[in-house]
Design a protein around this ligand. Structure first.
Ligand code: C2O
Ligand code: CU
Length: 510
C-alpha cells in the first residue's frame, strides 16, 4: 500500500528545477568515474556512462515537489478469487489488480519490489516518461533476481492514468499488474467520484498456462490446435463481422474476461449518487484482447487517453487495446447499470456495475445498445492544445514495419525478431516521425517506452498524445516523437505473445 510523507509541495516547487552547478558537478564527476573505474560493477548498480550523465541531467529538469511516495510490492505465487473460480497465479497479493500507486506530478516515487518468484521479474512503469534506468525493462533496468529486491526511484513527470507490469514477457498474462495514477493539484477537478476500471483477459490457473499457449502457438504444426483449450481454433471464425480491428481479434480464446479481477457473474459494484459526475479511468491490462467499453444507459465524454488530455468528445463506447488507457466522464443516472467491456473480434465480455439506487442487477450477459452506438477510437480524438507537440522541425524518419504471421508465429519489426534487431536511433533534441507500417493480417497495439508521441492522422489532422496505438491489419500509423528522454527504450507490440515471439526493437539515443 502507498504510504506518503506530508505534502510539502507548492505550486512553485512544481516548476522545473534549474540544473544547479552542484548537480552538474555530480554528473561530471560520475562521468569521469566511469573512465577510471572501468567496467567493475557491483550487483544492482547502474554502470556510469555518458548516458547515465545525460539521464541525471534530464531527471534534474523534471518537476520536483520534495515529497516522496513510498510503496512496497512482493511478486509471488498466490491464489486469487475471481468471484467464485479461484486461480493459482503470480500476483502482488490476493487481490486483482494489485495495490494502486498514486502520486502527484513531481513527487518522487520509491517503490520496492521483492521478487518472491523463482524466475527474474521487473516492474515497468507503462507510459511514464521517467528516467531510463528506472523504466523497469531490461536492458535499461536489470531484472530483479529471484529472492532479491530493487527500489524504483524516480520523479513522476506527468499526470494521468498509467499502470505497471513486469517486462518478463509471459508474466504479463498473469496477475502482476497495478494501476498507477498521477494527479496534478493544479488541474481543475471537474468530477465528484473516480472509478478505476482495469480490464484483463484471464486464463492462468483456469485454462492453459501462458507458457502452454505460447508453446502451442509456436509449434511448427498446429494440428490439434482446435482441441487445445485456450487456442483460437480458426482465426476469424468466431469474430463478429463488425470488428474495428479486422476479422482476427486475437490469437487466444480466454476462459474469462475480468473487470477489477472479477468475472461477469460476480461483478464488482461501484456506488455513487444519481447526478454525480464520475471519472472513469479505463486501463486494458489484457495480453491478447482489445475491449469495446460501454456503460448502459449513459453517454461518456472522453477526456484523456494514455494520461494526456484530448479535446472532449462524446462516445457511447470506446475501443481500448492492450496497454491503452482512456479516461471518460459520465453523469450517473438513477438506478443500476452494467459497465460492459466486450472482447473485440472475440466472444466474451467483462463487466462491472454502477449502482446509484436500489434496483435489480442487470443480466450478466447483457450487451447494452451503446456497444453498437458511436464507438470512439484513436481516429476520433485530438490532443488538447495544451499537450499538442506542435510542428516538428526537420523530423527524421524512423520506419517500423510490422512483419510476420500466425503460420510461423514469427512476429517481428523490420523483418527482425528481438533480440536480433537493428535498433532505431535518434539524437537528443531531434524530432522524428515513427512510422508503423503493418504488413500483417493481424492488428497490433504498438507501444513506445519513455515517451508520449502524437498520432498524426492519415487525413493530415493531429491526433492524440499516446504511448500505445492500435495499428490495424495492412495499414500505416505515423506518430511524432520528440527526443527529450535519453536512454535505450523498447518499442514493441503490446500483445504478450507477439512480443515474446519477437515483435520488439529499441529506440536508442545515439
Ligand atoms: Cu506495457 Cu513494454 O510495456
Ligand atoms: Cu502484435
Amino acid at each position: 500500500m502507498t504510504d506518503t510523507m506530508p505534502d510539502r509541495g507548492t505550486a512553485a516547487s512544481l516548476l522545473p528545477r534549474r540544473i544547479s552547478r552542484r548537480a552538474f558537478m555530480i554528473g561530471a564527476a560520475a562521468g569521469s568515474l566511469a573512465v577510471v573505474g572501468g567496467c567493475s560493477r557491483s550487483p544492482g548498480a547502474i554502470p556510469v556512462t555518458p548516458r547515465a550523465e545525460a539521464i541525471e541531467l534530464v531527471e534534474a529538469k523534471r518537476p520536483h515537489t520534495g515529497r516522496t511516495v513510498r510503496a512496497t510490492l512482493t511478486a509471488q505465487a498466490n491464489t486469487v478469487d475471481l468471484g467464485g473460480p479461484t486461480a493459482r497465479t503470480l500476483s502482488y497479493g490476493a487481490e486483482l489488480p494489485g495495490p494502486l500507486v498514486r502520486a502527484n506530478v513531481g513527487d518522487q516515487l520509491e517503490v520496492t519490489v521483492t521478487n518472491g518468484l523463482d524466475t527474474p521479474t521487473s516492474l515497468h512503469w507503462h507510459g511514464l516518461a521517467l528516467r531510463n534506468d528506472m523504466d523497469g525493462a531490461a536492458p535499461a533496468t536489470p531484472d530483479i533476481g529471484s529472492g532479491s529486491q530493487f527500489t524504483y526511484r524516480f520523479s513522476v513527470p506527468h499526470s494521468g492514468t498509467y499502470w505497471a507490469h513486469p517486462h518478463t514477457p509471459l508474466d504479463t498474462d498473469r496477475g502482476l499488474y497495478i494501476p498507477v495514477i498521477v494527479d496534478d493539484p493544479r488541474e481543475r477537478a471537474d468530477y465528484d467520484a473516480e472509478w478505476i476500471v482495469v480490464l484483463d483477459d484471464w486464463t492462468d490457473g483456469i485454462g492453459a498456462s501462458p507458457q502452454q499457449i505460447f508453446d502451442q502457438l509456436r509449434s511448427p504444426s498446429r494440428n490439434g490446435m482446435d482441441h487445445m483449450p485456450g487456442m483460437h481454433s480458426m482465426p476469424g471464425m468466431t469474430a463478429s463481422s463488425d470488428s474495428l480491428i479486422g476479422p482476427d481479434g486475437g490469437d487466444v480464446t480466454y476462459p474469462y474476461h475480468l473487470i477489477n479481477g472479477r468475472i461477469p457473474a460476480a461483478a464488482s459494484t461501484f456506488s455513487a449518487k444519481p447526478g454525480q459526475r464520475i471519472r472513469l479511468r479505463i486501463i486494458n491490462a489484457g495480453a491478447d484482447t482489445a475491449y469495446r467499453v460501454a456503460l448502459a444507459g449513459h453517454t461518456m465524454t472522453i477526456t484523456h487517453t494514455d494520461g494526456f488530455a484530448v479535446r472532449p468528445v462524446q462516445a457511447e463506447a470506446v475501443l481500448v487495446g492492450m496497454g491503452e488507457r482512456y479516461d471518460a466522464i459520465v453523469t450517473a443516472g438513477d438506478g443500476v447499470f452494467a459497465l460492459v467491456a466486450s472482447a473485440e473480434g472475440k466472444d466474451g465480455l467483462a463487466r462491472a456495475v454502477l449502482s446509484t439506487a436500489a434496483g435489480r442487477q442487470p443480466d450478466p450477459h447483457l450487451r447494452p445498445a451503446e456497444l453498437t452506438g458511436r464507438v470512439v477510437t484513436v481516429d476520433d480524438v485530438t490532443a488538447d492544445p495544451s499537450v499538442d507537440l506542435g510542428e516538428l522541425s526537420a523530423p527524421i524518419a524512423l520506419p517500423a514495419t510490422l512483419t510476420g504471421g500466425m503460420a510461423r508465429y514469427d512476429w517481428g519489426i523490420n523483418g527482425r525478431r528481438y533480440p536480433d534487431v537493428e535498433p532505431l536511433t535518434i539524437h537528443e533534441g531531434q524530432h522524428a516521425i515513427l512510422r508503423f507500417t503493418n504488413q500483417t493480417m493481424m492488428w497490433h497495439p504498438m507501444h513506445l517506452h519513455g515517451h508520449t508521441f502524437q498520432v498524426l492522422n492519415a487525413n493530415g489532422t493531429r491526433g492524440p498524445r499516446k504511448d500505445t496505438v492500435i495499428v490495424k491489419p495492412m495499414s500505416t500509423v505515423d506518430v511524432a516523437v520528440v527526443a527529450d528522454n535519453p536512454g535505450t527504450w523498447l518499442v514493441h507490440c503490446h500483445n504478450t505473445y507477439h512480443m515474446d515471439a519477437g515483435m520488439m526493437t529499441h529506440l536508442d539515443y545515439a
